[in-house]
Write a protein that binds this ligand. Structure first.
Ligand SMILES: Cc1cc2nc3c(=O)[nH]c(=O)nc-3n(C[C@H](O)[C@H](O)[C@H](O)COP(=O)(O)OP(=O)(O)OC[C@H]3O[C@@H](n4cnc5c(N)ncnc54)[C@H](O)[C@@H]3O)c2cc1C
Length: 291
């Protein structure tokens, strides 16, 4: 299929992007890696009159840490996340999730910002960002605001981002020492979206779980924060009985659509299984029992 007609803009600065977004508002779409937007345009599910290509703005790329916060530019690609020494050392959950997204071609162009801003519940990074308590920096004609990834997703393709706002960067509090992280994703084949997936972040105080972050991918119209599952683990020494209780709480909030990946019952069950596996793996990693 061929997309509808659009005017193409290639701004060289964030300021120019904001001016264009202010001018065209919801008639415009920002083009990042294009691996979600262009298929939607070819199917005519998206028909922006103005396409604002943000690939020529170096300031939107890169990964750095300042004062206990990891900053990732919205245009940083999946391949760059995977190759990042900083992330692999301090926040390996992000490269782990990036490695199971699509295929190398998609990962070389697809960006963290595009995956986070897209609003598709089958994208993998939103649940990861929720489990990590990430903040999203949005800039528009009215200025800059910082919102939590938790609460950002309001419905399928519906987020807190206004049509004239650009996602600039993602900020992640650097996980403290003693944190275990894991992303477990069930997919039918390499390159597929998740049948169900779970992101788990466990901060341990000795043997006790001080804080848990658990979020789920593609088992509801939005990514889900599994707070009740987190409360099962927090303040306790995690054992198999607690892991089972947390999985039950995670399954209780699932509301997946039936599709070729399975019916609602199966996908809910798999969300529970991914939660169990990710908790066990995060725990083993923080206890030095697993790579
Ligand atoms: C074969 C295939 C398999 C895939 N499998 C997976 C998978 O398993 N898991 C997964 O998570 N994804 C998957 N994807 C999607 C892929 O990861 C996309 O790259 C990603 O969803 C969007 O990132 P992008 O940079 O390509 O954004 P684009 O497609 O350019 O943009 C996506 C949307 O976000 C908006 N947007 C982009 N950047 C910004 C910004 N900085 N500020 C504001 N709005 C912005 C755009 O306007 C658009 O609405 C797959 C894609 C393909 C083609």
């Amino acid at each position: 299929m061929i997309p509808g007609h659009f005017a193409y803009h290639a701004p060289a600065s964030v300021e120019e992007v904001i001016t264009l977004l202010g001018q065209y508002g919801d008639e415009a779409s920002v083009l990042a890696g294009g691996h979600s937007l262009l298929p939607m345009m070819k199917l005519r599910f998206a028909e922006p009159a103005h396409l604002i290509d943000i690939n020529r703005i170096p300031v939107l790329r890169g990964i750095r840490e300042t004062q206990g916060v990891i900053h990732i530019g919205a245009m940083t690609t999946e391949s760059e996340l995977i190759a990042s020494a900083l992330l692999n050392e301090k926040c390996p959950l992000i490269p782990e999730a990036a490695r199971v997204i699509a295929d190398p071609q998609v990962r070389n162009r697809g960006t963290l910002g595009g995956d986070v801003a897209n609003g598709d519940p089958s994208n993998d990074h939103p649940a990861v960002m929720m489990a990590l308590d990430a903040l999203l920096v949005l800039r528009g004609p009215r200025g800059e605001r910082v919102v939590s990834a938790n609460g950002f997703y309001q419905g399928t393709y519906l987020t807190q981002r206004e049509a004239d706002e650009l996602l600039i960067e993602i900020r992640i509090p650097t996980p403290p020492p003693g944190t275990g992280q894991a992303y477990c994703k069930l997919k039918r084949k390499t390159g597929d979206y998740a049948t169900a997936a779970a992101a788990v972040v466990l901060q341990l105080d000795g043997t006790r779980c001080r804080k848990a972050g658990i979020a789920l991918t593609n088992v509801a119209p939005t990514p889900l924060r599994a707070d009740a599952a987190e409360r099962v683990l927090e303040g306790k020494v995690i054992d198999e009985d607690l892991i089972e209780q947390a999985a039950v709480q995670a399954m209780a909030i699932c509301d997946p659509a039936e599709d070729l990946r399975g019916d609602a019952e199966y996908r809910t069950h798999m969300a529970g299984e991914m939660t169990r596996r990710a908790i066990r793996l995060a725990l083993q990693r923080v206890q030095g029992k697993s790579p």
